[in-house]
Design a protein around this ligand. Structure first.
Ligand code: AMP
Length: 584
């Protein structure tokens, strides 16, 4: 057997050819257990002297059997005291041998609270290793896509320091700051290589200026763009909304070959754009004006970037609500949901990037972290990667190089199939993100399906529908009831009768999804009628801005589907323009 796990260093990542990468991938998927065992042994060897592993009496052991016997499964709350000590400046080997250099701000997708996730140089190498596998898989599936340019909307967020002097930073920001520039010329191509956005524009912490500059360069290079996207689908939708709002200024700049002083003030961004905007392009400006002034946004991506082969962005999990909009803007362009990533670890790659969203599954790379799987509803039945069963749902538990040992990530995955001996996982939902008034539990996936169903029946015309939504429970009434805040795509709103239908269909869908909800509504009357609160246009943008102000990065931000933060609820309530109760 070839060595399937070797600790990555920058050189090996850079030097392997695409064919070698694909070969390595094949080998890992055949030798899943061996790769995982070797990787775990490496993690444990490198961290044997840590307070954490010593406290759990690992005594230098590196085998998975001892590891599972000695080290407990934990949640973020369990690790928080250790992470707080690191944040406060304790430099001893608490969780890792290699010091924690950064704390990554996870957007905490369940309820809107941020978490701080340790990160060190060894994780940086794993992250690079992970991204080095993505384009070989793409190129294998979509011929010569790497030859053209990418229009990837990417954003960084400012960083801060903890009281103890550790950098706190978004995971994506950390990656872009340390690697983006190098990846433009690196030997291996990554999803971020050959991007139309100049480095200074991508690294500009002012989101507005950054977006403007990235859009401008994307328009200049419109015919070279072969793939358009971002990490998450929400960002692509935001980018198109930005174009809708600002095409006028963009077209003006393109026509005159000058950059609007009032919009882009950052000197390094201005300089980077001047290399792209070398002369006025009145024809291009006219074309953009024609496309954008018509008010017809269906298929706008195909029209402006006609050589785009697919839209590359995560459209699974909470991002699935953007599928309709991307299909509308892309007029049938395939959606490639390529990555499964988190602040804790870059984990999964979709081996069939052009598979339709409902069929997307991810291979968890066995050489980036040690994975265990907790069957949903069976706290004792933890299994490793080689022993998961087709069709079953598991919560993902990870052990990484940066001090997470048997850490419950909070994502629930479903085994959708196998590639060689490696399982392929569909993202099912976040665990813990549930609404509950009585004994029933409605998770975010159920909520999403009910909203989709209601939008489909109540607002069938394209371009209408739900732009954003989030659920909560109101226990101030007796009985308590579900409240779903919705922001509509149609800025002028929709008729009350339409919302009445929406409310009724949604409640019916919730009852079909969840027997206990039906019981609570119809038999025991322990749950009151569903309430839809329509919020003003821009409300969810405001909520995102507030999360970003609390430390979340725009490129990573996901709307929490089940709102639990009191301040978010208060803000949403202050923006309500109409409320509808189900008549079911
Ligand atoms: P963050 O740590 O803020 O970047 O958020 C990471 C979380 O985003 C993951 O734990 C998932 O819940 C979600 N996520 C990331 N990638 C995907 C994906 N491909 N499909 C669905 N959800 C995803």
């Amino acid at each position: 057997m070839t060595t399937v796990f070797t600790f990555p260093n920058t050189n090996t990542v850079d030097e392997q050819t695409e064919t070698e990468k694909l070969q390595q991938l094949e080998e890992m998927t055949v030798h899943v257990s061996e790769t995982q065992e070797k990787l775990l042994a490496e993690i444990l060897r490198r961290n044997a002297m840590t307070e954490y592993l010593k406290a759990h009496k690992m005594n230098g052991a590196t085998g998975s059997k001892t590891f599972k016997q000695q080290v407990p499964m934990v949640t973020y709350e369990d690790l928080k005291p250790y992470i707080n000590r690191i944040a406060d400046g304790d430099r001893s080997a608490i969780l890792t041998g290699v010091p924690i250099s950064e704390l990554h701000i996870s957007t905490g997708t369940s309820s809107g609270e941020n978490k701080l996730i340790p990160f060190n140089d060894e994780m940086a190498r794993c992250r690079l290793l992970f991204f080095s596998f993505v384009m070989p898989v793409f190129n294998k599936n979509v011929a010569s896509v790497a030859k053209g340019k990418a229009l990837y909307f990417l954003f960084v967020k400012g960083e801060t320091k903890t009281a103890g002097g550790i950098k706190t930073i978004g995971g994506m920001t950390s990656f872009l700051k340390s690697e983006y520039s190098r990846l433009q010329s690196s030997k291996f191509s990554s999803p971020f290589s050959s991007n139309t956005g100049p480095t200074a524009a991508i690294l500009c912490p002012d989101t507005f200026q950054s977006m403007y500059a990235q859009m401008l360069c994307g328009l200049y290079h419109r015919l070279d763009v072969l793939r358009l996207g971002s990490i998450f689908a929400s960002v692509v939708v935001r980018a198109i909304r930005f174009l809708q709002l600002h095409w006028h200024e963009l077209a003006h700049d393109i026509a005159t070959g000058t950059l609007n002083h009032a919009i882009v003030t950052d000197p390094s961004v201005r300089e980077s754009i001047s290399c792209v905007m070398t002369r006025p392009k009145p024809d291009l400006a006219r074309f953009i004006t024609e496309q954008c002034s018509s008010g017809e946004w269906a298929g706008i991506i195909r029209k402006i970037w006609p050589n785009t082969r697919f839209i590359d962005a995560i459209v699974t999990g909470s991002m699935s609500q953007y599928i309709n909009m991307l299909e509308y803007y892309g007029d049938g362009l395939p959606l490639a949901s390529t990555l499964y990533v988190s602040s804790e670890c870059c984990m999964g790659i979709n081996l069939r990037p052009l598979a339709p969203p409902s069929e997307v599954s991810y291979l968890l790379l066995p050489n980036v972290a040690y994975f265990e799987f907790l069957p949903v509803g069976d706290e004792q039945g933890l299994v490793d990667m080689a022993h998961v069963e087709l069709g079953k749902e598991y919560e993902l538990v990870i052990t990484n190089f940066a001090g997470l040992y048997r850490y419950r990530l909070g994502d629930v995955l479903r085994v959708a199939g196998f590639y060689k001996k490696a399982p392929l996982f569909q993202f099912a939902r976040r665990s813990g993100a549930v609404l509950s008034v009585d004994v029933e539990k409605t998770d975010e996936a159920m909520l999403q399906r009910a909203v989709d169903r209601a939008a489909y029946e109540a607002m069938p015309e394209s371009g209408t529908g739900i732009a954003e939504f989030a659920g909560s429970v109101d226990t101030g009434t007796v009985p308590g009831h579900y409240v779903v805040y919705v922001e509509l795509m149609a800025k002028r709103g929709v008729a009350a009768e339409v919302m009445g239908v929406f409310c009724r269909v949604m409640e019916k869908a919730l009852m079909t999804e969840n027997w206990y909800y039906k019981e609570g509504r119809e038999a025991s009357c322990s749950i009151g009628p569903l309430e839809i609160r329509v919020v003003r246009c821009g409300t969810f943008e405001k909520m995102a801005e507030r999360a970003i102000a609390r430390g979340a990065a725009i490129g990573q931000y996901k709307v929490p589907r089940c709102i639990k933060l009191k301040s978010d609820l208060e803000m949403l309530d202050s923006m309500v323009v109409a409320s509808h109760f189900s008549s079911s």
